[in-house]
Structures are given as C-alpha cells and as structure tokens.
Ligand binder design. Structure first.
Ligand code: ARG
Length: 460
C-alpha cells in the first residue's frame, strides 16, 4: 500500500478503505494519456528551468519506456497502487531514481486527472465522430440506390402516405448529421488544457501553461484553476450527445425489427448479423438491432449518473468525481460498438423492394392525393376530405382500393371524378409529384443528395 501521501499519517489505511478509495482497476485505461500529460509537463518544467535539462530528458525517456513496456506487455500495471498516477510515478522513480521525484513539481493529481480524462474523452469524441460518418456513408449509399423504391410512410404505425426508402433513410441521415455537429461543438468547447491548475489555486512556480496546452494539441489553457479541476461539463455534454445518438440508433433499430418481422418482411437481415433460437429451428432473430435498442438505456444511465454525481459537489475537487470514469468509459465503448455493428448490419441488409411497393399501394396511402385531385377541380378541401372519406368507407366495404374502382363507381360518389383520376392517384404520381424541398419526389431528393455528397466529401 505505497501511497503518494503517507507523510502526515501515523496509521496504515485500513485495507477495505484503501480498496474502496483506489481507482487503478479502472483508471489504468488512462495510462497513455497520463504519460502524454506528464511528458508535456516535464518538457515545460525543463524549458522554464524548474528542473534541469538532464532531469527533463531522463524523465521523458523514462516515461516513454514505461508506455512502451505496458503496450508490449513487458510491464503489467500493478493494481496494488492507488491509481494510475501513483503507478506511473512509482515506476518512473524505480527506473530513473531521484529525478523521477521531481516530475510532480507544480502539479497535483487534481489537474493531472482532469487533463487525463479530457485527453481520453477528446480522442473518443473524434473516434465516435468517425464512426458516425461511416454510418452516414452507409445510409447515403442506400439512399442513392433507392430514390424510386416506393414504400408506405407511417403515422401512428398506420399507413399514411407513400414515400421512398431513400426518403425514409434520409430522415436518419439528418439525425446522425446533427449528432456529428454536436460532437464537433463539444470538441471545440472542451479543447482547453487544465494542466497547471494545480490542486485548485495554480502554483507559485513559473509554469508556462500556454506551452503545455500547445504541446498537447489544445487551443489554449483553461482560465480559472478552480473550474479547471472541478469541471466535468465536457463529459456530461459528450454523454448527452451519445445518449441522443443512441436514441436515434434505437429508433432505427426498432424500425428494422418491425420491417424484419414476418408480418412486414420489408427487409432481410444478413445471416452474419442474425442469430437463431436454441429451440425453434425456424427462427432468425434481429438480435443486433435489439441489443442496440437495449444498450441505449446503459448510455442514458451513465449520463444520469454523472449529472447526479456532480450536482452537489462544492468547488473544487472532491473524491466523488472519481465516479466520472467507469460508467463514462462503458458508455463510450458501448456507443462505439453499437455504431460499428449497426453500420455493418444496414450495409448487408437486403431490402424487399417488391414487398415495400405492394404495401405502399394497399392501405389507402393515396387518399390525400385523391382529395387533392378534387381540390384541383375546384372542390374546397374540407368537402373533398368528406367525399374521399365516404369513398374509403365504400372501398373497405367492398374490400378493394380507390384505384381499383371503375369510373362509374367513383362517379356514384362524386361526379367530379374523370378518367385522369387514375393517373393522379397512382403510386408513382403520389411520390414523384411531391417536390417540395425535403419531400420524397426524386427530383427534390436529388437536391438533398447533392448537399449530402458535398457534406460527405464524395465525388459527384
Ligand atoms: N483517482 C482520482 C480521481 O480519479 C485522482 C485524483 C485524486 N486527487 C485527490 N485529491 N485525491 O479523481
């Protein structure tokens, strides 16, 4: 139990207390970031003449060798140490002797852990952003290939108006595009370096905070040392962005589960992304989509947990903040895995375009267009709505659809119907004439695809 802080204590820490307090079992994940931060700190201490150039060199090469050995497996993280910071420092001192004891000059574990967590999170923001882009590329491909793939659009899970697969996927394109923009905002806002804040009130050493910030790729140093050590906003923002992104993935998953059901059969999930049942031989289950939907709750949980942890903490650092790690790590890994698997699943999924088109014809999806037909002939919309309502009732009674009725039958409901009604309410017309920007008509969709191609930096 070699702590960093034994001096003022006269008694050993109780083992249970030690274990409860320790964080190494999970913060060992931060070792690369801890070493990167320490290298920058040592570099700056040398530049400022706070340690000698020789001490600086020896610390930096010692830290590099520790990282290399941990990565190669030659050095195993000693989990009897309190946390990753203690482990690295002890290992450094063991390797280079007294110079290693100078690394912590002008630094506290408070600004150290604030930096480590920020560096780690910043990498994950970039990683997730890249994965969302991959997903957008997969969605875009489906859109390009399915501009004229007709399908029913739903409200209340009831057939409403016909649309296209490209249009339906386009809705998710917009959602994930917003998710990326949230990530980019977060990156910019969080990209300031807390190193040099010390325990809470800076230090009396002449540190160059601009220099360490620059070495570590930050836009600059943070501006209040108390805030620097106690701010976890960026993590909360990231978890909130991940929660929103997971909510999108979950809705999409839910739709795929419905589309993959025996009743719909709009899609067939590839064998590689399905699983079977141990008892029912006929089963091919959409487990990946279900798991993505299920894991969404876990990510929400991390967000709620951290918000709750932070809400009562007085300034500045308090040990509660050590609880920022496990669930955040889990949420970041979960979101990354879900994105990867979901992208794979939709890239390999087969679309039953014939089933979709047939389904778009049934269910009176052209009823609005039939009413619009009457409006174009001068009938006020409210009256047209009533006439088509009666027509739908007539069809339900006869178990048929509007376009299957003869002109005589149509005229028995309203004399305004003429031969051109069939063309006006055909599936093709219903979709392709919807040309307002953002609507499913191919010409309107083409404008959006052009914008999306530029956004994805694709050749057009
Ligand atoms: N393991 C700690 C954490 O994750 C490191 C900071 C410790 N600072 C302190 N004052 N005890 O928050």
């Amino acid at each position: 139990m070699a702590q960093l802080w034994g001096g003022r204590f006269t008694k050993e820490t109780d083992q249970l207390v030690y274990d409860f307090n320790a964080s190494i079992s999970f913060d060992k994940k931060l070792l690369p970031q801890d070493i990167a931060g320490s290298i920058a700190h040592a570099d700056m201490l040398g530049k400022q003449g706070i340690i000698t150039c020789q001490e600086k060199e020896s610390i930096i090469s010692g830290l590099r060798s520790i990282l290399k050995d941990v990565e190669s497996g030659a050095l195993i993280v000693d989990e009897t140490k309190e946390d990753v910071h203690s482990f690295v420092e002890a290992e450094l001192i063991q390797r280079i002797g007294d110079a290693g004891k100078k690394l912590h000059t002008g630094r506290s574990r408070n600004d150290q852990v604030a930096l480590d967590m920020r560096l780690y999170t910043r990498e994950k923001v970039t990683l997730i952003d890249g994965l969302v882009k991959e997903l957008l590329l997969a969605i875009h491909k489906v859109m390009e290939e399915n501009l004229h793939t007709y399908m029913p659009g739903f409200t209340h899970l009831q057939k409403a108006q016909p649309t296209t697969l490209a249009h339906h996927f386009g809705a998710y394109f917009e959602m994930f595009k917003r998710d990326r923009s949230r990530l980019q905002d977060i990156y910019e806002r969080m990209n300031y370096c807390p190193l040099g804040a010390g325990a809470l009130a800076g230090t009396t050493y002449p540190l160059d905070r601009e220099y360490t910030a620059q070495l570590l790729g930050f836009a600059g140093p943070t501006l209040n040392s108390m805030d620097s050590v106690s701010d976890r906003d960026y993590l909360i923002e990231f978890l909130a962005a991940l929660s929103t992104m997971m909510m999108h993935l979950s809705r999409f998953s839910e739709e795929i589960i419905i589309w993959n059901s025996n009743e719909y059969q709009f899609v067939e999930i590839d064998d590689a992304y399905s699983t079977g049942s141990s008892i029912m031989p006929q089963k091919k289950n959409p487990d990946i989509a279900e798991l993505v939907r299920g894991k969404t709750g876990r990510v929400y949980g991390a967000l709620m947990s951290l918000l709750t942890t932070m809400k009562g903490i007085p300034l500045a650092y308090n040990k509660d903040m050590q609880e920022d790690k496990e669930l955040s790590f889990d949420a970041m890994d979960t979101a990354a895995d879900c994105l990867t698997l979901f992208t794979g699943m939709i890239s390999t999924m087969k679309f039953r375009t014939d089933v979709m088109a047939r389904s778009a014809v049934n269910g009176f999806t052209n009823a609005t267009d039939a009413a619009d037909y009457l409006v174009n002939k001068g009938v006020p919309f409210r009256d047209a709505h009533g006439i088509i309502g009666r027509l739908v009732l007539y069809c339900i009674d006869k178990d048929t659809s509007i376009d299957a009725l003869s002109l005589e039958e149509l005229q028995s409901i309203s004399e305004i119907f003429q031969e051109d009604i069939y063309e006006a309410i055909s599936l093709k017309t219903c979709v392709e004439k919807r040309l307002t920007l953002g609507a499913p008509g191919a010409e309107a969709m083409e404008k959006v695809l052009e914008i999306n191609r530029k956004y994805l930096e694709l050749e057009s």
